[in-house]
Design a protein around this ligand. Structure first.
Ligand SMILES: C[S@@+](CC[C@H](N)C(=O)[O-])C[C@H]1O[C@@H](n2cnc3c(N)ncnc32)[C@H](O)[C@@H]1O
Length: 231
């Protein structure tokens, strides 16, 4: 699978990327370092010309191969929303659920920039500023939707982790980075154990699709696709 933005992004997406990079750089320099980690995380990405990590690009390709198969594609923890924006440019209806207010505000600013280039793509993205899974209506049917969950580390009580994982498992397809789900783990065996445990706890299948490396963070990971169990 190709995983370089030059080959994965379309010409239209590359034009939008240039605007996103510039908009985000302006916003970060106006903001300056702050305690939430937003500034340092994205400054490092921009310095490496890597707003898109390999796993973002791989997730984009996995979903592009399935365009039209889902009602919506949800991204949980989109940060400033670079992947959600590319998903919308690929034609998906996107729901971006971001719990942290500064990241959600930056995402909305990037969407304003997108609006000026492609208003239809902007209209395909709904932003929910809230915490998953509480932000997901328990009765909202998501069996025909896909979910993407990349780099979603956070510290919480065990019941929050269980509810989060159970909600992910309701979707018709998931693209999940188990190396970072809740806590970061350096060990490949641990990523695979997490994927297996997730599958058996929720009666779904988790299939390893591809591995990735994030140079600016000096860490690797693997993407798994979650699908409902066939039995
Ligand atoms: C390390 S960042 C990754 C951002 C983006 N996915 C990326 O890879 O660049 C994790 C993001 O998940 C968000 N997040 C953590 N827990 C969340 C939750 N329960 N619901 C929604 N967003 C959450 C954080 O605020 C943060 O923006």
């Amino acid at each position: 699978m190709q995983d370089d933005f030059e080959t994965v992004l379309t010409a239209a997406q590359k034009r939008v990327l240039a605007t996103l990079n510039a908009t985000l750089a302006d916003r970060l320099s106006a903001m300056g370092p702050e305690e939430s980690g937003l500034y340092s995380y994205y400054v490092r990405k921009l310095e490496h010309d890597a707003l898109f990590s390999q796993c973002d690009l791989q997730a984009l390709e996995i979903l592009r191969m399935r365009t039209g198969q889902f009602g919506r594609v949800w991204e949980i923890g989109p940060g400033v929303g670079q992947l959600s924006i590319m998903l919308a440019l690929d034609g998906h209806q996107v729901v971006a659920v971001e719990s942290e207010s500064r990241r959600a505000a930056a995402l909305l600013a990037l969407l304003d920039a997108l609006e000026k280039i492609d208003g239809s793509a902007r209209d395909r993205i709904a932003v929910v500023q809230g915490s998953f899974p509480e932000a997901l209506d328990a009765l909202d049917p998501v069996e025909r939707d896909a979910v993407v969950c990349l780099g979603c580390t956070f510290t919480a009580v065990e019941s929050k982790y269980s509810a989060f994982a159970a909600a992910l498992a309701r979707f018709g397809l998931g693209v999940i980075d188990f190396s970072c789900l809740f806590t970061w783990a350096p060990d490949r065996a641990e990523w695979r154990r997490r994927a297996r445990d997730f599958a058996s706890a929720h009666g779904v299948e988790t299939t390893l699709t591809t591995e990735f490396f994030i140079p600016e963070a000096n860490r690797g990971g693997e993407l798994f696709v979650m699908t409902p169990s066939e039995s």
